[in-house]
Design a protein around this ligand. Structure first.
Ligand code: SIN
Ligand code: FE2
Length: 202
């Protein structure tokens, strides 16, 4: 297994894991997913719209509205989620292993003013599997805390092609995106950032 470039609060960070060609392929594959499963703006359980737009690929998609955070087998328009592109599964196989593929690849799209509050990823049945996340496009300030809310945190800038793996003791750590630095990448048409989050769900 590859060695991470840095480990912050138990979270493994692989800087520049994807080269430019791999990033461009991924973006093409994601555009195909989004054409079948359009981005939407979920609401938090408190009724606030999230600043991030999202969609998913895989057996399940992550969803949120007033009924809470959960996984759904279908896009809000009714169709099943498209399959996870092989280009995404290859990253998982290389860094997590080939034994079990993720059930969900959540696609988050951040406009320059979008952010993601501190949270844990804990809507899954089995925390034995790590969460793998891929950054594409503009840089983002990623904040990493402990497994309890409100403790000390560390921040690291994630760039296009960086991959983050949260597993083991860090599987349930609090994390979030404080801000995007627009115009730091030419990968996407225009400003913004895509984050892919792959998870085993059930
Ligand atoms: C998330 O944890 O939901 C997103 C993290 C990121 O955008 O890098
Ligand atoms: Fe998360």
């Amino acid at each position: 297994m590859a060695e991470p470039t840095l480990v912050v609060g138990g979270v493994d960070i692989y800087k520049g894991w994807l080269d430019g060609d791999a990033q461009a392929t991924l973006v093409e594959d994601l555009r195909a997913v989004v054409s079948q499963a359009p981005l939407f703006s979920p609401q938090t359980p408190y009724g606030k719209p999230m600043s991030v737009r999202m969609t998913s690929a895989g057996k399940y998609g992550w969803y949120s509205d007033r009924r809470g955070y959960r996984y759904e087998a279908r896009h809000p328009q009714g169709q099943p989620w498209p399959p996870i592109p092989p280009s995404v599964l290859a990253i998982w196989a290389a860094l997590v292993g080939p034994q079990r593929m993720p059930d969900c690849c959540l696609i988050n799209y951040y406009k320059p003013d979008a952010r993601m509050g501190m949270h844990q990823d804990r809507d899954e049945a089995d925390f034995g599997w790590p969460v793998l996340s891929v950054s594409l496009g503009d840089d983002a300030l990623f904040r990493i805390g402990g497994v309890a809310r409100g403790g000390a945190t560390s921040s690291v800038w994630l760039g296009s092609g960086d991959v983050v793996v949260m597993g083991g003791a860090a599987r349930l750590c609090y994390h979030g995106i404080d801000r995007i630095r627009p115009g730091t990448s030419a990968l996407l048409q225009g400003e913004g950032r895509i984050n892919l989050t792959c998870r085993v769900v059930d």
